[in-house]
Design a protein around this ligand. Structure first.
Ligand code: GLV
Ligand code: MN
Ligand code: MN
Length: 415
């Protein structure tokens, strides 16, 4: 006889602490970048927990990890729930991990109650959601949805070292292979649900415990490279300089002054600048930067991207250097499935949670999964809206409310 499934708060909170210890940084956050030792350790921990509970575990060719509970009719495509375990280099303990552990807690709570779902329920931990070690982000969900690993990723190298994506992917798969089965990329999925911290201030400031996410804004990643001529810092007069860093700085100054100030809703971030040869007394030969550009509307993003290109090209011309701009990621804005959003609203009502409907400013694997199965997301508040920061923090009661809401949503989706 099954009972009513319930979240085991103590177990759930202990798990959050256990995973925060994997790749822990002295600043209280985590550095568990995709496919590193820390990421592999987190995968191994989740696998061990799953196997101890008697769930079967699988991974696919891009090292997405799946934990499966069978249902009454296991031929039906599963309800997939989860998030990611990889982190930013100076990341917080909740970004991704909270959603993955919430999904796993829901699976365990169903098992505790001897609840037999109508269809299989699977937890997923996607590979490389963050995109900071290997670009682009959401590689796991993207390859899953495309049913193959894009050929261009074969030669992809890590940002900070010479590791190749392909080697790291295979080594990560091999490390777990003795304990887990294999799964094809892109198997049919009934629906996908993901819980995440909001990573923004709305829920906290409005004192609302649950966000129902109706879609995700668009993101474009660009890499701008300026090439000039390296020369002596002490002897090269102004008229002889072709300084790519000067051009890059001027171009960025123009963009900082216009993109966000003049476009409500736009987000413009330069997160990495590289200058070579990087010598104190040599004019650089090359200066490059990454640009993360976001907006909820694709047409506005097109316009903003054109503006970025034009201003950088103009700055390069003024300084007599060359500029090339490469698009490394293009994530179109997405609207989640109405029926899944409606099911979340019903679940919140039944469970007694006040909710706020919102569009996500961050991208998530749900953005890609929305092209494969009806999908939606649930947000919980985080302190000061702060994320991609070691100080990222979610109150205990908000984590538990999120887990209860997630369980209610899963039960609603299984009806
Ligand atoms: C996800 O990590 C994002 O940058 O939106
Ligand atoms: Mn995340
Ligand atoms: Mn993130």
């Amino acid at each position: 006889m099954s009972r009513k499934p319930e979240i085991n708060s103590d177990r759930f909170l202990a798990r959050i602490d256990d995973f925060a210890a994997v790749g822990a940084t002295p600043g209280g956050g985590v550095n568990r970048q995709a496919l590193t030792t820390g990421d592999r350790e987190a995968r191994a921990l989740l696998t061990a927990l799953a196997r101890a509970r008697g769930f079967s575990v699988f991974q696919d060719d891009i090292a997405n990890l799946f934990i499966r509970m069978e249902g009454k009719d296991s031929a039906l495509p599963p309800l997939l729930i989860g998030s990611h375990l990889d982190s930013q280099p100076a990341g917080g303990r909740f970004d991704g991990a909270l959603g993955t552990l919430t999904a796993f807690e829901v699976l365990e709570s169903l098992a505790d109650a001897a609840f037999e779902p109508a269809r299989a329920v699977e937890v997923v931990a996607w590979t490389n959601e963050e995109g900071c070690r290997f670009s682009p982000g959401c590689m796991g969900s993207r390859a899953f949805v495309e049913g193959k690993i894009p050929a261009a990723w074969q030669e992809l190298q890590a940002v900070d070292d010479a590791s190749r994506f392909d080697d790291e992917r295979l080594a990560t798969i091999e490390a777990l292979a003795p304990d887990v089965g294999h799964r094809a990329l892109g198997f049919p999925v009934g629906a996908y649900l993901e819980l995440h911290i909001e990573q923004g201030p709305s829920l906290e400031s409005e004192k609302i415990p649950i966000g129902i996410v109706t879609g995700v804004q668009g993101t474009r990643w660009l890499e701008a490279t300026f090439e000039g001529q390296t020369a002596h810092a002490g002897t090269t007069a102004l008229e002889y300089r072709r300084d790519p860093l000067k051009a890059l700085s001027a171009g960025l100054a123009a963009l900082y002054a216009t993109v966000m100030p003049e476009n409500a809703g736009a987000r413009f971030t330069v997160g990495r600048i590289t200058v070579t040869p990087g010598s104190i007394n040599a004019i650089p030969a090359q200066a490059s930067c990454t640009i993360d550009l976001r907006h909820p509307e694709a047409t506005v993003l097109d316009r903003l991207e054109a503006d970025v290109r034009e201003r950088l090209a103009k700055a390069a011309e003024t300084e007599g250097v060359s500029a090339s701009i490469r698009k490394t990621a293009d994530m179109a804005p997405v609207t989640f499935a109405e029926d899944v959003v409606a099911a979340l609203q019903v679940a919140a009502q039944k469970a007694g949670f006040r909710t706020l409907s919102m569009v996500s400013g961050a991208f998530h694997d749900a953005l890609f999964m929305a092209g494969h199965a009806p999908s939606a997301m649930i947000f919980v508040p985080c302190r000061d809206g702060l994320s991609h920061n070691e100080a990222e923090f979610v109150k205990t009661e908000d984590s538990i409310a999120g887990a209860r809401m997630f369980l209610a949503s899963v039960l609603e989706m299984l009806r």
